[in-house]
Every structure is written in structure tokens, then in C-alpha cells.
Design a protein around this ligand. Structure first.
Ligand SMILES: Cc1cn([C@H]2C[C@H](O)[C@@H](COP(=O)(O)OP(=O)(O)O[C@H]3O[C@H](CO)[C@@H](O)[C@H](O)[C@H]3O)O2)c(=O)[nH]c1=O
Ligand SMILES: C[C@@H](CO)CCNc1ncnc2nc[nH]c12
Length: 450
């Protein structure tokens, strides 16, 4: 693509999670194509690979995280890194501003909604800040009311009420709530409050989403946070997420898929943070094996609690799994979903995976692990009706049944048809004249005028 520089530099600061780094670097590409120069400030932990992005400047800051803190789960990690990274970030940003050239003004900071200190830092340096939210807008909109929802006493949920929708938070069901909040409870409140308050003080809110998926939520977002909202996604329609992969992708996936029939393979992946127990792991293994359907399964090392990788599988099970399936440590996910042989996606419904699946028109089986995944999976199964919800039943019979229904039965065909319709709508959004395409234009102009 022809690239003309516009004399402006944007500073990006992703949250160090795979699901947040991918959209941030995709945003970097979008802005770079529009003439902005890019500096990415990042923590040492989960540092993106600078060599995969030769057009950007990368600056690493220390984060003081210990190995045990890294293994403590996403929420504690985010709390700790928010404490540790503030002063190195301030020093780094101040230095960038001091050293910036006359010919290239630093115009703004764009960072993840999960950073709590960046608004104050950028205000003190008189640099406008934009927020990138990597959740569905419907989920982010609920941040101000989550503390109230938690104290309303929907928990614990009785069987008769389990499937009721949460009045303040449809289409979430009451039975989803315990996994939205996890074990954090009221400890979440100050975090949520800080995120909301700093977003309101920002100069704008960017979503990797589009009107075709959530027009009303986007309008509501603008009312709640009182800042301009830009829905410019799904980003990977412009730039694949694979260049920002933190792990080495197993490239044998594609030749393996080449040998499979059209739409026959179920791709299984629970993203970069969800962990499962050994029992759940074995249930999934048996369910897949019994379904007799070919499968490609990402088992991230360390994601089965207490195991290094797939040692809990007996030799017998491994050989029966190998008849039909392939297990890898990390896949080139977008290529896998785009492959003609892939017919279904057993997913945890992280927002990136959900969008990638929609863009490639692959229907889903939903196995959300927590947080925003609970909401994304409700949209997939109950609103868009492009997937089957496992309702948390990680049992071999349930998994076998869901795979069969999705891949072989008439209900699966209906789901596939609806998926195709939604895929086409979302595709239009990112093309010239589409809503996301226009939002990118508006965002670029907004940044020019900051
Ligand atoms: C397991 C695996 C993942 N990937 C890519 C696909 C996606 O772009 C990305 C994973 O992002 P997500 O699908 O959003 O999932 P995850 O890593 O859990 O993301 C976190 O961040 C997301 C965005 O904030 C949240 O929606 C999730 O709840 C949160 O857990 O990594 C691969 O390319 N290959 C793989 O093998
Ligand atoms: C409940 C766990 C999975 O077991 C995902 C939480 N994921 C997340 N939690 C909080 N902030 C996040 N920003 C990106 N992802 C995030």
C-alpha cells in the first residue's frame, strides 16, 4: 500500500495479554496506513515481537512481575502490573515527548481500557488519551452497573431462576453471573470504578466491533461514557492477528487441514488464558474422539491444571485421538478458521475468537470460561443463533452431541445459514462505504484535530 506520512505520531500501550495485543497491533496497522507513525510502549512480560512489525518503534518498560504473580490468574496479574508499571510508563512517555522532533508531533496516547493510571499520566503530560476496549460494547457498558448487579442478590441462583435473563444485563442469564464475577466479588469494584472514571475523562473510545453486531450498545456507550465512540472492527479483516502471536504457531496445521474434507473439521481452542482441570480435559478428549468427527485441538502448555501439556491422556486414548484428530500447542487460528476444511469452532468465546469465527463464517460451540466470555456466548447462541451453548457441561456425552448436531444434523445447517448471513453483513461493514470503514475515517480525522 502507498504510504504517505502525515507528520504525526501515535503512542500505543497494549495490556500484555494476547487478546489485547492483537487488536492493539491491528489498530497500529490501520493508523500507519493512514499516515501516522507508531510507537508501541510495552511491558517486559508478554512483550510483542518487534521483528514482526518493522514499521513501528517498540519501547520496553520493566513491570516487576514475578513468576508466581504471572501464574496467579488474569485479574491478579492486571492488579499487580497496574501497580508496577505506572512509574516506568510515566518516565518512558515523558522521554518520548521530550525527544520528539519538531517535524513529527506526538498527537495522542491510545491504550487499553484495563490500564488504570494512563489517563492521569497523559493528563499530567498534556497528551490526549484514547481508550481501546477489546470487549464487546455491551459488556463494557455494564461496567458502571456490575457492582450493583453483584449486590442485588441474584447469587446464588436457584434452579428455577437459572435461565432468567438478568434484567440490568440482557441477554446474560442469572446462571452466568457467578462466572462473570469469579472469586473476586467486591474486590472488583474499585477496579471497575477506576476504569469507568478514566474512560469518561478520555478523548474517545475505540471498539473492535461494528454497528452490524451491536448498534444499540454502541449508541448507549456514547451516552454512558460521554465521549466519541468509534467502532472500527473487526480489525483482522484488515490485518491478520497472526503477526502479533506471542507463541510459535504450529505450521503443520494447514497441510493437515488440506487433507481433510470440506467443512468436516471441528477446531477446538480455549484462547490464551482459560485453564481447565484434568477431568474436564479428559471429558473433552473422549467427547471429541467419540464424535468420530476430525478435529484440530489447541492445548496450550500449562492450560490443563497440574499438567505440563497432554500427559494426562493415556497411550490408548492418544492413539484413538490420532486416528481422527491433531493436537497442537498453538495454531495459526485465523488461517485455520479460514480454511475450507474447518466446519465448526469449539471456543471459549473470547471476543477476538468470536469475531474471527464470524468473519470466517464458522459456527460455534460455546464453552465460555468467565468474564466477558459469558456474554459473548449468549449473543452467539441466544441472539444471533450461530452456535450451540454447552451451558458449562464439560461432559463427553454433551460434547459428542454438540459436535454431531453442529456438523451433521439439520439444526447445524440452520445455524450455518444464519452464520453466513451475519458474516456477509459484517463483511460489508469493513468495506468502502460500510459503517466500520467510515468510523476509521472519522477516527483518523478526530486524531488529526486533537
Ligand atoms: C489459542 C490460540 C489463540 N490465537 C489467537 C486468536 C485470538 O486472536 C487470540 C485470543 O484472543 P481471544 O479469543 O479474545 O481470547 P483470550 O486470549 O482469552 O482473550 C482475553 O482478551 C479478550 C479481549 O479482551 C477477552 O474477550 C477474553 O475474555 C480474554 O480472556 O489469540 C491464535 O492465533 N492461536 C491459538 O492457538
Ligand atoms: C475469566 C478469565 C478466563 O478464565 C478471563 C478474564 N479476562 C479478562 N479479565 C479482565 N480484564 C481483561 N482484559 C482482557 N481480558 C480480561
Amino acid at each position: 500500500m502507498e504510504e504517505k506520512r502525515n507528520g504525526l505520531r501515535v503512542i500505543l500501550f497494549p495490556l500484555p495479554l494476547q487478546g489485547c495485543i492483537n487488536p492493539m497491533l491491528q489498530l497500529a496497522n490501520i493508523l500507519h496506513v493512514r499516515g501516522f507513525s507508531i510507537t508501541v510502549i510495552h511491558t517486559r512480560f508478554n512483550a510483542p515481537k518487534a521483528s514482526s512489525h518493522p514499521l513501528f518503534t517498540f519501547l520496553q518498560i520493566p513491570d516487576g512481575l514475578s513468576e508466581t504473580e504471572i501464574q496467579d490468574g488474569v485479574m491478579s496479574l492486571l492488579a499487580q502490573i497496574n501497580l508496577n508499571a505506572e512509574s516506568p510508563f510515566r518516565d518512558c512517555l515523558r522521554k518520548v515527548l521530550l525527544e520528539s522532533k519538531e517535524s513529527e508531533r506526538v498527537t495522542c496516547l491510545i491504550d487499553d481500557c484495563g490500564w488504570l493510571f494512563t489517563q492521569s499520566v497523559s493528563e499530567s503530560l498534556k497528551l490526549p488519551r484514547l481508550v481501546l476496549c477489546t470487549f464487546k460494547a455491551t459488556f463494557f457498558n455494564a461496567y458502571p452497573s456490575l457492582p450493583l448487579i453483584r449486590t442485588k442478590g441474584y447469587l446464588p441462583v436457584s434452579d428455577s431462576e437459572a435461565e432468567d435473563s438478568v434484567p440490568e444485563f440482557p441477554p446474560l442469564q442469572k446462571r452466568d453471573l457467578s462466572k462473570v464475577f469469579g472469586e473476586f466479588g467486591e474486590k472488583l469494584d474499585p477496579f471497575l470504578h477506576a476504569v469507568v472514571e478514566t474512560t469518561i475523562r478520555s478523548s474517545g473510545l475505540i471498539y473492535m466491533s461494528c454497528e452490524e453486531l451491536e448498534k444499540d450498545s454502541l449508541t448507549l456507550s456514547n451516552e454512558i461514557f460521554k465521549v466519541p465512540v468509534f467502532a472500527i472492527g473487526p480489525f483482522h479483516s484488515y490485518f491478520s492477528a497472526s503477526s502479533s502471536s506471542l507463541f510459535t504457531q504450529d505450521e503443520t496445521c494447514i497441510p493437515w487441514l488440506d487433507d481433510q474434507e470440506d467443512k468436516s473439521v471441528i477446531y477446538v481452542s480455549l484462547g490464551s488464558v482459560v485453564n481447565i482441570t484434568e477431568t474436564e480435559f479428559l471429558e473433552i478428549a473422549c467427547g471429541l474422539s467419540n464424535s468420530k468427527q476430525p478435529f484440530l485441538w489447541v492445548v496450550r502448555p500449562g492450560s490443563v491444571l497440574g499438567a505440563k501439556w497432554i500427559e494426562p491422556l493415556s497411550e490408548g486414548l492418544v492413539s484413538s485421538l490420532e486416528e481422527k484428530g491433531k493436537i497442537v500447542k498453538w495454531a495459526p487460528q485465523q488461517e485455520v478458521l479460514a480454511h475450507r476444511a474447518t466446519g465448526g469452532f469449539l471456543t471459549h468465546n473470547g471476543w477476538n475468537s468470536t469475531l474471527e469465527s464470524i468473519c470466517e463464517g464458522v459456527p460455534m460451540i460455546c464453552l465460555p470460561g468467565g468474564w466477558d466470555q459469558m456474554l459473548n456466548s449468549r449473543f452467539v447462541s441466544d441472539i444471533w443463533k450461530i452456535g450451540i451453548h454447552l451451558e458449562g457441561r464439560i461432559e463427553k456425552k454433551e460434547i459428542e452431541k454438540a459436535v454431531r448436531v453442529l456438523m451433521e444434523e439439520s439444526e447445524g445447517n440452520k445455524i450455518r445459514e444464519r452464520m453466513k448471513v451475519l458474516k456477509d453483513e459484517v463483511e460489508k461493514s469493513v468495506k468502502q462505504g460500510g459503517s466500520s470503514f467510515q468510523s476509521i475515517e472519522t477516527l483518523a480525522n478526530h486524531i488529526l484535530l486533537l
